[in-house]
Design a protein around this ligand. Structure first.
Ligand code: NAD
Ligand code: MG
Length: 336
């Protein structure tokens, strides 16, 4: 079994000695900056002047500076802007201004693995990738828990890359939930595959296809919504807590028999074959090059696809039903 790192595996004296620059204040950036500050690191937030994250960082008590200024004197520079924006930012605003032995830290291996950026040898290149969105990384931390995280070392010039990566993973709460060492290649390929085939692409297509099947057959959209989307959370919670076994213990015999006999007909050999194709497009770099070309061309096709996705009828019925779900309206806890 792969070694997991927990709180006791980390030297607690290291983090308070580190100057950490967090570049970007979105989903991951905000969570990392707040968690690391609460864990005792010296955190400097680096942002584009006047950008909309600037105000958000100020509201959280940071005094943001430009990326250039933030990397000066930093031991760790965490690159937490969108993946496709990273190469330009690194070459113009970060690499020329960082001191030797700075550890560049990524939350996803995309640009290093696919060689979209070229980092000089006198820097460390590391990754700490929480396996969850930034909002959860922050919320769990505030509640005394953490999000399981991966770390990887691509380049170790300082000789301290592993200690720094673990200190950082510890600081954002990762060691409360277990931290596993991986490679940039493994993290990148599995992360992309997971979000494409299962978590984002796969699940949403399964949900909308099920919804359409019921609605096209004349069933009420509200009923279809509850069956195909709403109840998914209850099933996922059971899987999360206790795997297939716990789900099976909880659902009815009829549901189990339907699952065992019908599930494999929905996700059949053809689906598995297409999953393999999708994985090989990721591994060959074809997906990464396609996405980079789309981004550089202005992202029109991407915007079109997004508009089409959001225009699906499941969104209308969902909005209307969710507006009546009082438990969804509770305000977010303060200071998360
Ligand atoms: P985000 O889109 O939430 O945040 C982006 C931040 O960068 C914002 O502060 C934004 O103002 C700034 N920004 C946007 N465009 C920029 C540009 N062109 N130049 C400079 N700054 C710009 O990003 P995110 O989702 O937190 O992703 C950051 C990194 O974390 C990525 O490498 C991503 O793969 C990784 N990651 C994200 C998640 C997630 O759930 N969101 C999970 C794990 C890893
Ligand atoms: Mg989809």
């Amino acid at each position: 079994m792969t070694k997991m790192y927990w709180q006791n595996d980390v030297d607690p004296t290291l983090l308070p000695q580190l100057n950490v620059a967090i570049i970007g204040y979105g989903s991951q950036g905000r969570a990392h900056a707040l968690n690391l500050r609460d864990s005792g690191a010296r955190v400097q937030v680096g942002l584009r002047e006047g950008g909309k994250s600037w105000k958000a960082a100020q509201n959280d008590g940071f005094e943001p500076v430009t990326p250039k200024a933030a990397v000066k004197g930093a031991d760790i520079v965490a690159i937490l802007v969108p993946d496709l924006a990273q190469p330009e930012l690194l070459s113009l605003e970060i690499l020329p201004f960082a001191q030797s032995n700075t550890s560049l830290l990524f939350a996803h291996g995309f640009n290093i693995h696919f060689e979209f950026v070229d980092v000089p040898k006198h820097f460390d290149v590391m990754m700490v990738a929480p396996k969850g969105p930034g909002q959860l990384v922050r919320r769990q931390f505030v509640e005394g828990r953490g999000v399981p995280s991966l770390f990887a070392i691509h380049q170790d010039h300082s000789g301290r890359a592993k200690d720094r990566a673990l200190a950082y993973a510890h600081g954002i709460g990762g060691t409360r939930a277990g931290v596993i060492e991986t490679s940039f290649a493994e993290e990148t390929n599995t992360d992309l595959f997971g979000e494409q085939a299962v978590l984002c692409g796969g699940v949403t297509e399964l949900v909308t296809a099920g919804f359409e099947t019921l609605v096209d057959a004349g069933y009420a959209a509200e009923v279809a919504y509850f069956e195909c989307l709403h109840e998914l959370k209850l099933i996922v919670d059971l899987l999360y807590e206790g795997g297939l076994e716990k789900m099976h213990e909880t659902i009815s015999d009829t549901a189990k028999y339907g699952d065992l006999t019908r599930g494999p007909r929905v996700v059949d050999e053809n689906v598995r074959a297409r999953m393999k194709t999708i994985l090989s497009e990721i591994e060959s770099g074809q997906f990464a090059r396609e996405w980079q070309a789309e981004y550089q061309a202005g992202g029109n096709h991407y915007d079109e696809l997004m508009q089409k996705d959001l225009a699906h009828p499941i969104e209308d019925v969902g909005r209307s039903l969710r507006s009546q779900m009082s438990w969804l309206k509770q305000p977010q806890a303060a200071h998360t």
